[in-house]
Design a protein around this ligand. Structure first.
Ligand code: KG4
Ligand code: ZN
Length: 348
């Protein structure tokens, strides 16, 4: 364990956002700034080269704002942390190089953190009870992981997506329906006005008779669902009936996507005997997802959902994961490189 007087400065630049957090001790979030970029909206997705250039321009200011919020100076920081992967390589390098330079200049330790392990720690910042063991569903724009966390740093990987990530599916379907980027919030908003039974889609990867040792028992898939929406959109366009059905399509897609995630999560609850579920990643902002998990868990079950700000990418979760790993004595060297495909640590 690190002392209660530790002060970690964490930087997260794995995708388009630039975030800096100052964490005092285990969970005192003293400063937290998330600078989002809106220049990608017109492109319908993040343009990596544009994202990393913009991050380079704002990172010093974002650090200054976080330090001011926390009312501390850079020299007060006892350790640094940074997302080292996975993510967009140019963006990761902006954060990593900033942290390496600061750690070197101030002679402080620093640690590279896996982005998805950060998402796993987000709820622990808000709720003391969000401690392992628990089943974790991590659903972001780049990853979809179903884990059983036996302890911090010891994770059993139960299932993952075989193709698109859950958030990516929301983004792609939003584009098909002519909605904005990011697609998740747009689909969720529109789905409230729609009737899923009017445009139903079958739930992928869920068949009767699947057994825990089958490959597809926990694995997920979203690309077939996306193609099904595309075909339906084409048919409706040909009949000039698309406009009236957009909200129903959003509702139908969301129900199939959510039902798949929830079904797989409940299978993990059943097989592990652990009815405590942690949600993480941008898709965890989806209220239908959180409500459906809550409704389908046994009465004694618990679901931990991060607040919206800590569900999507943020540096606070990276600081909290670093608090754990720095406390175990882990340190990175100045030769640490960013990796777009960094494997999740602690998989047993
Ligand atoms: O974790 P995150 O901020 O970034 C990555 O690590 O990828 O997740 C971003 C993803 C996007 O794909 C976005 O569409 C999705 O989270 N998302 C949502 C919602 N809010 C954000 N998906 C479904 N419903 C939402 N309300
Ligand atoms: Zn993320």
């Amino acid at each position: 364990m690190l002392g209660a007087d530790s002060l970690i400065l964490a930087v997260e630049t794995s995708c388009d956002d630039t975030s800096v957090a100052l964490l005092g001790g285990e969970r005192e979030l003293l400063g937290h700034v998330i600078a989002t970029q809106d220049m990608h909206v017109g492109f319908g997705g993040v343009v990596p080269e544009v994202a990393s250039r913009a991050q380079l321009q704002v990172i010093d200011t974002v650090v200054e704002r976080a330090l001011a919020q926390a009312a501390v100076r850079l020299g007060d920081v006892t350790a640094f942390a940074v997302t080292a992967g996975p993510g967009l390589i140019g963006s990761l390098l902006v954060g990593l190089n900033w942290v390496k330079a600061a750690a070197y200049a101030l002679s402080r330790p620093f640690l590279g953190i896996h982005h998805m392990e950060g998402h796993l720690f987000a709820t622990a910042l808000e709720d003391d009870a969000a401690q392992p063991p628990f089943v974790a569903l991590l659903v972001s724009g780049g990853h979809t992981l179903l884990l059983f966390a036996e302890a911090w740093g010891r994770y059993r990987l139960l299932g993952q997506t075989r193709d698109d990530a859950a958030g990516e599916a929301f983004d792609k379907v939003a584009r098909l329906l002519g909605l904005g980027y990011p697609g998740g919030p747009a689909i969720e908003r529109l789905a409230r006005e729609g009737e899923p039974d009017r445009q139903p889609f079958s739930v992928p990867m869920v068949k009767a008779g699947q057994q825990p040792h089958d490959d597809d028992y926990y694995d997920m898939s979203f690309s077939g669902l996306k193609t099904a929406v595309l075909m339906r959109v084409r048919e409706l366009k040909a009949q000039e009936g698309l406009d009236d059905e957009i909200a129903h399509l959003a509702a139908g897609f969301q129900r199939a996507a959510v039902d798949q995630l929830v079904e797989k999560t409940l299978r993990a609850v059943k097989e592990t005997g652990c009815a405590r579920v942690v949600l993480g990643g941008g898709v965890a902002r989806n209220q239908t997802l959180a409500e459906t998990v809550r409704r389908r868990l046994p009465p004694a079950g618990q679901v931990f959902v991060p607040s919206p700000r800590l569900a999507t990418d943020n540096a606070a979760m990276v600081a909290r994961a670093a608090y754990f790993r720095l406390g175990c004595g882990e340190r990175s060297g100045l030769d640490l490189n960013a990796r777009a495909d960094l494997p999740m640590p602690g998989i047993v």
